[in-house]
Design a binder for this molecule. Structure first.
Ligand code: PSU
Ligand code: MN
Length: 301
């Protein structure tokens, strides 16, 4: 099954120009309407302004898309589409259906299209209580298998952060703090958990990508890129909203795909929209760093 790159993405890949993949679940499930469409357009614009071609990834009418038209982007933002991880792809393609791709599915499709760098907000990970529920995002296992570089602000504090870091280690995923050894927790600059490695700039990340390839490893690289402290969510507001949202998810007995979107939406409501503004800043910040990494990787000797 071939990926259908847009003409713009196909030309950039052919000419060896930098391309950055963007996921679509953040548009369909991660951000509320109508801000989501505007955000999706802005994300692409940030890349273009740095001379990088955006490739927003989704499945539309049974085709794997890398690079969407304006109408296609609007479909992802406005239609009720399912959230797709890798195991859903054969099913949706077999039924000629459509859907938005998670970090896992976006990584898989981007790699098949020949795209090496991907920007998102936060990764999925090990949920709290996973030793009972077994709820661990397929983002982790897929990043152990796909040589993509994904820039994220760590994982959300809705997850079990130390367990997520342990699983990334087991799965062989390379984790680099971007100018820090302090793993971020999405809305907050620091999770308090220390990483083994930091990269000082985009060229350092490109050098790691190069040596990963030279070693014949297929593992992904997570570039953990924190927001500056002055832009983080107020930690007191954060802790209160988080506690309530987690208790509500528990009381509702949510499971599977529903858990992450429910928690994200409730935290936006409980913080009076503050978490949403921070979420958008995080995505912008990660996209800007991903652009620099894609440029460095394209120029790497
Ligand atoms: N984290 C965010 N925003 C999101 C998601 C995660 O900050 O929108 C989405 C991503 O698409 C991620 C997915 O890949 O949730 C993980 O879902 P699950 O936990 O069901 O695997
Ligand atoms: Mn899950």
């Amino acid at each position: 099954m071939r990926v259908q790159p847009s003409p713009e993405v196909a030309a950039a890949l052919d000419e060896g120009r930098p391309v950055v993949a963007l996921e679509s679940t953040i548009i369909s499930h991660g951000l509320p309407r109508p801000d989501n469409l505007e955000a999706a357009q802005e994300f692409e614009e940030i890349l273009r302004s740095q001379g990088v071609t955006p490739a927003t990834i989704a499945v539309l009418d049974g085709e794997l898309k890398a690079g969407l038209t304006a109408d296609e982007l609007a479909r992802i933002a406005n239609e009720e589409v399912p959230k797709l991880t890798v195991r859903d792809l054969p099913v949706v393609l077999g039924m000629a259906g459509s859907g938005a791709t998670t970090v896992a599915a976006t990584s898989w499709i981007a790699d098949r299209a020949g795209i090496r760098v991907f920007a998102t907000g936060g990764l999925g990970g090990v949920h709290r209580g996973a030793s009972e529920s077994f709820d661990e995002s397929a983002d982790l296992t897929v990043l152990g298998q796909v040589p993509i570089t994904v820039v994220s602000a760590g994982v959300k504090s809705i997850l079990d952060i130390p367990a997520t870091l342990e699983r990334l280690e087991t799965l062989g995923v390379i984790v680099l703090g971007f100018r820090t050894k302090d793993f971020p927790s999405f809305w907050l600059t620091s999770s308090g958990y220390e990483l083994d490695w930091r990269a000082e700039d985009a060229f350092a990340v490109a050098a790691v990508m190069h040596s990963r390839d030279a070693l014949g490893l297929k593992s992904g690289i997570v570039v953990a890129n924190p927001l500056p402290e002055e832009k983080q969510l107020d930690p007191v507001v954060h802790d209160e909203a988080l506690e309530r949202a987690l208790a509500e998810a528990d009381a509702k007995g949510l499971s599977g795909k529903e858990v992450t979107p429910f928690l994200l939406q409730r935290i936006v409501e409980l913080t009076g929209g503050d978490s949403l503004a921070v979420n958008l800043d995080i995505a912008r910040n990660n996209i800007a760093v991903a652009a620099r990494i894609a440029v460095a990787a394209a120029e790497y000797p």
